[in-house]
Design a protein around this ligand. Structure first.
Ligand code: GLU
Length: 329
């Protein structure tokens, strides 16, 4: 082929691709959206996987594909969604409330995240405390003077741990040695004797507490009992029971223990197109039975309770589906 002819053909082909007439590779038509989750031994990470699994079955129809990222947790996810680094995220209901409202007691005080949008609620999570049996810790008060992981900055649990301690009259900065480790690191550190106890706000069963209770060091779950004034001060917390017996046979406990809890919720930004939010919500709800089987923490889910416990406004794409499905008027 003469050089000139080749150049003309190449230019025509390039122009066709640019104006959308030429064959574009399949990937170019697929939009990728990322879900922020939590540590790999929590329940958020498999939850992101479960949502992606049901939605990605229709990836060609919708031209979208969800990917899952392990992150530092709720606070990180909210901030990354707001900055555009993530598209979707699993976040605690108390954190959703605080971020949307710019709650005084949170990192968003005076900086409400008004572009945050709710999609649905997922499994219940309990603020859960586990300790080495040899530490002599039997109540939250016994944490004084001990080395305790309260959670990494960016996690949902960090503020929950601080609130639980303050509810029990303990100042986390003065009365104990507080660590800021990621939830995935804490069980190994507890087993090694480098931690006496750790808090984690998580659904059950979780890989983290399985790991913590199946090593050589005997571990038990510690009841978190707080006065009524605690629940008056923090209306987004509710007393709960940590289902120890059914989930963690390696733990020393013979009975479940009291804790307090929140809900895992699924959120996005106002900036995500309606058709994307619609597709994600529709596929999760239309494949509800399959979705529910993907993690034992989802056993209590109903389509109705998945619309409860949210404080940011629903994304319009989600609302469209809920109305169509008769789940909302
Ligand atoms: N609740 C934790 C957080 O918000 C994450 C729990 C999990 O990954 O399952 O950071």
């Amino acid at each position: 082929m003469r050089k000139g002819t080749f150049l003309v053909i190449a230019l025509v082909a390039l122009t066709m691709v640019f104006i959308g007439l030429g064959p574009a590779p399949a990937e170019a038509r697929t939009q990728f959206y990322t879900i922020g989750t939590g540590g790999v031994t929590g329940v958020y990470y498999p939850t992101g996987g479960a949502i992606a699994r049901v939605v990605n079955k229709k990836k060609d129809e919708y031209g979208l594909r969800l990917t899952v990222e392990s992150t530092g947790g709720s606070v990180y996810n909210i901030n990354a969604i707001m900055s555009g680094d993530l598209d979707f995220g699993v976040v605690q209901s108390d954190r959703q409330y605080q971020a949307y409202n710019g709650a005084e007691t949170s990192e968003w005080a005076g900086k409400p995240k008004k572009d945050l949008r709710a999609l649905f609620a997922i499994h219940p999570e309990s603020v859960t405390l586990a300790a080495g049996v040899d530490t002599g810790i039997n109540t939250i008060q016994d944490l004084k003077g001990k080395r305790v992981n309260i959670g990494n900055p960016g996690s949902g649990q960090r503020q929950n741990s601080i609130d639980a301690l303050s509810g029990a009259g303990i100042d986390y900065e003065k009365d104990l040695m507080a660590e800021g480790l990621k939830a995935a690191e804490a069980p190994g550190m507890l087993q090694d004797g480098r931690l006496d106890a750790f808090f984690y706000t998580v659904g059950h069963p979780s890989g983290a507490f399985k790991e913590a209770t199946s090593g050589a060091r005997k571990v038990k779950f510690i009841p978190i009992e707080l006065p009524a004034s605690f629940y008056e001060k923090f209306p987004y917390y509710a007393a709960s029971v940590v289902p120890v017996v059914d989930n963690y046979p390696g733990a020393e406990n013979k009975e479940d223990v009291p804790g307090f809890g929140v809900k895992a919720t699924f959120v996005t930004s106002k900036k995500i197109p309606d058709k994307v939010a619609y597709a994600v919500v529709k596929e999760v709800f239309e494949n509800f039975d399959e979705f529910k089987k993907l993690h034992p923490a989802y056993a209590v889910l109903t389509k109705e309770n998945m619309l409860e416990g949210l404080s940011a406004p629903f994304h319009p794409g989600a609302l469209k589906y809920y109305k169509e499905a008769g789940l909302m008027k």
